[in-house]
Design a protein around this ligand. Structure first.
Ligand SMILES: NC(=O)c1ccc[n+]([C@@H]2O[C@H](COP(=O)([O-])OP(=O)(O)OC[C@H]3O[C@@H](n4cnc5c(N)ncnc54)[C@H](OP(=O)(O)O)[C@@H]3O)[C@@H](O)[C@H]2O)c1
Length: 288
């Protein structure tokens, strides 16, 4: 399959064209995103398969592992194809218990950008999302100092495009008042639809919305209505959940995660199914 024929087609992040169907690399680290991949050869195979399938957008973070996910991306794919764009996140570290303490001081952000560049072996990061909030979700508060630090690094040529993650609508607006953003990466899926209004607002501005946990993350989506639609279409609940996102809005980019080549292939093939208005109505009721 080529990039042109992947379900959902392409989207332009600033000046970078990516397939709407991307890949989220977080699940490649060890259990609870700590430590090296349990199956390193398998992790390398998933990344290479993603590129072979035509995917041109991979989402990562230096905090995954930490470092291990970026290392495996480099090992699998460096030197990167010119069409491939890697998005990363800064703003959180990992502690001994697997927590995600914030790291949004200017010195911490500079170090995180340097570490991403070093481990991925890049001179410029295509897209850096400032990760806000905490494990409970977005939290209110100004992002100005942290975001201005990233803008400074962008001016130095270390970052091409900026985005925000785990952000409130107010923080998205605050970032936009400082510098242009090309994406917002927040939790969103069939069952968690807090950002419906934000998605539509961003679509009107040609800004990508990149849902994390599109399949439910650590607790995969389970719903009788979802299974019923999947059975009617002779598909799977995961494929239907991805197809619903692609049809929800043209600015939605998928970064579903998997550590399995078979699941990756299933997701890429399945996300292309067309949902009828009746299917969409049944699925919409899950999150309302
Ligand atoms: N910005 C943030 O704060 C933030 C937070 C979390 C995640 N993220 C990003 O979002 C990406 C996606 O999140 P995620 O990977 O945690 O969650 P996800 O995409 O919602 O779900 C991944 C889970 O679904 C399973 N899965 C995938 N395809 C499947 C299939 N066809 N059949 C059955 N199970 C399937 C995977 O298991 P298998 O490995 O067995 O396939 C994995 O356990 C991450 O990779 C990361 O890049 C960002």
């Amino acid at each position: 399959m080529s990039s042109l024929s992947l379900p959902g087609g392409t989207w332009t992040l600033g000046d970078l064209t990516v397939t709407r169907l991307g890949y989220g690399a977080m699940q490649l680290a060890g259990p609870w995103v700590m430590g090296p991949p349990a199956d390193r050869a398998g992790a390398l195979a998933v990344l290479r398969e993603a590129v072979d399938l035509g995917i041109t957008h991979i989402d990562t973070a230096d905090a995954y592992g930490p470092r291990f996910t970026n290392e495996v991306i480099r090992e699998a794919l460096h030197p990167y194809p010119a069409s491939l764009h890697i998005a990363t996140k800064v703003g959180a570290l990992r502690d001994d218990r697997g927590g995600w303490p914030p790291a949004r001081r200017p010195d911490q952000l500079r170090r995180a950008v340097d570490e991403n560049l070093e481990v991925l072996r890049l001179e410029t990061l295509d897209l850096v999302n400032l990760r806000l909030g905490n494990a409970e979700g977005p939290q209110p508060g100004s992002l100005a100092e942290a975001f201005e630090t990233l803008v400074d690094l962008q001016r130095q040529g270390l970052i091409r495009h900026l985005g925000v993650s785990n952000a409130t609508p107010e923080q998205v607006a605050e970032a936009q008042s400082i510098a242009p953003i090309v994406s917002v990466q927040n939790m969103y899926n069939l069952a968690h639809r807090h950002d419906d209004e934000l998605i539509d607002k961003l679509a009107a501005q040609n800004i990508a919305y990149v849902p994390f946990f599109p399949l439910g993350g650590f607790t995969p989506l389970q719903s009788g209505a979802l299974s019923a639609v999947a059975a009617r279409l002779n598909s799977t609940p995961m494929a239907v959940a991805l197809a619903w996102l692609l049809q929800r809005s043209p600015n939605i980019l998928l970064i579903a995660g998997t550590s399995s080549v078979a699941h990756l292939r299933e997701n890429v093939a399945g996300a292309g199914i067309t949902l009828s208005a009746e299917d969409v109505a049944a699925l919409d009721r899950i999150g309302r």
